[in-house]
Ligand binder design. Structure first.
Ligand code: AMP
Length: 286
């Protein structure tokens, strides 16, 4: 696996590969890797000549400085995992390389960012869009892979790609879960043992709510159930639960009129903020 820390070195390598007629997939990550990240790498490997993974904890997308400071950093383990998953190129830049000058650019994603993560993490998607746009320019992938785990991020990036005409295709990959249903996340390793057990309630509640939604076609029934499940549990604070269209992210009242209805949840389990979602389609639940 080639490891590059500068944009110039990455570009020189990729331009040579382009001369050979190769096309590659991009998998942006913030490290502290797990099977969820590796599933993106494997998918990209299967669909492209090779994969470029990026590993960069992007400071501009953290609205909470504490969260940034505590974000796990495990470079050596990440590098080994990427290599064993068959990743061929790793780009791991410094802050100075990614932000040679402070950025003042501001994006507006309209309705996509007034809800859920956009509402509770002001400025978050501006930082995401800034870094992802830079990574697209630096890596020039044919395809970029993102997880359904961050569904709102996917919707924002889709708009970024459309509005700025990035010449690439986006792929949304399914959520990889622990055996008890907890969605894999770099943040899970910050959960204390007791909190780790309780954290499975997010995915459990989503499954129950999805079943209620399929039976009743009433988002309020799903919402009621979520309240009942979370109310008695100590140490867990439900931040939001929303039933939205998976593309527009706007609240849904008649699920049968939408191709994909997403049930999205965010909760603090102890000190750790976790998000998860399920997508209900006419064919089933993803
Ligand atoms: P992150 O390092 O958290 O920024 O995540 C990098 C990419 O991996 C994003 O596109 C995430 O949506 C994706 N991802 C994170 N967790 C999972 C998971 N459990 N299953 C699938 N993809 C994931």
């Amino acid at each position: 696996m080639y490891v590059f820390t500068t944009v110039d070195a990455l570009k020189a390598h990729l331009h040579a590969r382009r001369q050979e007629g190769k096309l590659w997939g991009l998998v942006p990550t913030m490290g502290a890797l797990h099977e969820g990240h590796l599933s993106l790498v494997r998918r990209s490997n299967a669909e492209n000549d090779f994969t470029v993974a990026t590993l960069y904890v992007n400071p501009t997308q953290f609205n909470n400085p504490d969260d940034l400071a505590r974000y796990p950093r495990t470079f050596d383990a990440d590098r080994a995992m990427l290599e064993s998953a068959g990743c061929q190129v790793l780009f791991a830049p410094t802050d100075a390389e990614m932000y040679p000058a402070p950025t003042t650019l501001r994006f507006s994603f309209g309705d996509l960012e007034t809800v859920m993560e956009g509402q509770f993490r002001p400025g978050h998607f501006n930082g995401v869009a800034t870094v992802v746009a830079k990574l697209f320019h630096h890596a020039e992938p044919a395809v970029a892979y993102f997880g359904q785990k961050d569904l709102q991020q996917f919707a924002v990036i889709r708009r970024l790609v459309q509005d700025l005409a990035f010449p690439l295709r986006l792929v949304r990959c399914p959520i990889v879960r622990e055996p008890d249903g907890l969605a894999m996340s770099s943040r899970n390793r910050r959960l204390e043992p007791e909190a780790r057990k309780v954290a499975a309630v997010l995915s459990y509640a989503l499954r129950e709510a999805a079943e209620a939604l399929q039976k009743t076609r009433n988002p309020e029934a799903a919402r009621g159930l979520i309240g009942q499940i979370f109310y008695p549990i100590e140490g867990v604070f439900l931040e939001y639960f929303e039933v939205v269209d998976a593309a527009s992210l706007q609240p849904v009242t008649t699920p049968e009129d939408h191709d994909e209805v997403a049930l999205c949840i965010a909760a603090y389990v102890g000190e750790v903020r976790l998000i998860d979602n399920l997508i209900v389609t006419r064919g089933g639940v993803q």
